[in-house]
Design a protein around this ligand. Structure first.
Ligand code: IPD
Length: 280
């Protein structure tokens, strides 16, 4: 896909500005008791009123700042654009954490390439610029294609990662439906004896940015949606890491593996052997 003629630095500025505004709304406006506004794929897959309010804010601001671009948001779907740029938005990534008052949640805003009039696809898009803003953690990750990735303005450069899997602190996440969780449980049970430890932090965007920053060695997850993946994937790749699927495929809802290149090569082979891209 051709990259539209855009200034990625301008897109980055907009992504950060809008993500910070939404993050302030979400964290400052969090009531003492957050309630569930709706459920999605299962009763455990929840939406709060603040997910909707955050996405409304992001859409309103993007319409002012970039009126020709599309927007794909987790809660309200696709608004097709004409410019070849689509903003992929997770208004709260880690909604269950937000519901319970756990601090690991983030607003993710990313500009990606995509065919005009259609939803962009993680298997074919190019992420141009992004911001993952975690207001309660006090962390803001940014990235621009070909320019780098930063945490709170400090450039991120990923190390080589542990030489042995046994030294690897591995992040993962689980889907919301029981049959998939049963399969994911079998995979995690096979991995646990092989690694230093496993973390299930509860926000894929925070997990992936943690990989870029070195506070996790790698992350794998089946079931990530475009909004979970878009912003943080660019932070990982611009920090020098790899974001991939299994069996030579790009990252997608089938499987996403992120980390330093050598570790991702080992993990993707192992996860393929374990059939981690299947619910069987
Ligand atoms: C979820 C989080 C979670 C991941 C799930 C996602 P949401 O996003 O990123 O860590 O395991 O797959 O759906 O629903 O809180 O935006």
């Amino acid at each position: 896909m051709t990259t539209p003629d855009v200034d990625v630095t301008e897109l980055l500025t907009i992504a950060e500005q809008v993500a910070r505004e939404a993050g302030a709304l979400v964290s400052d406006g969090r009531p003492d008791r957050v309630t569930v506004a709706a459920t999605k794929s299962s009763p455990q897959d929840v939406v709060t009123a603040m997910d909707y309010a955050s996405e409304e804010l992001v859409r309103r601001r993007l319409a002012q700042l970039r009126p020709d671009d599309g927007v794909l948001g987790e809660e309200r779907g696709l608004l097709a654009g004409a410019s070849g740029v689509t903003w992929v938005v997770d208004p709260i990534d880690g909604t269950v954490n937000y519901l319970y008052g756990q601090p690991s949640y983030a607003v993710s805003v990313a500009a990606v390439t995509g065919p005009a009039g259609q939803a962009p696809d993680p298997r074919t898009w190019t992420v141009l610029a992004s911001c993952v803003h975690a207001p309660t953690l006090g962390l803001t990750y940014t990235a621009a294609l070909g320019r780098g990735a930063w945490r709170d303005g400090v450039r991120l450069t990923m190390g080589a990662g542990p030489g042995d899997l046994s030294d690897c602190l591995l992040g993962t996440g689980f889907g919301y439906r029981a049959p998939r969780r049963a399969a994911q449980g079998r995979v995690v049970a096979a991995l646990l004896p092989l690694v230093r430890d496993i973390r299930r932090i509860g926000s894929a965007a925070v997990d992936l940015c943690s990989v870029a920053a070195g506070s996790l060695d790698a992350h794998y997850e089946r079931g990530l949606q475009p909004w979970d993946l878009a912003g943080a994937s660019l932070v990982v790749t611009e920090a020098g890491g790899v974001v991939a699927g299994l069996r030579g495929q790009p990252a997608s809802d089938a499987m996403t593996v992120a980390g330093p290149p050598a570790l991702v090569a080992r993990l993707t082979a192992l996860l393929a052997d374990l059939g981690a891209d299947s619910d069987a």
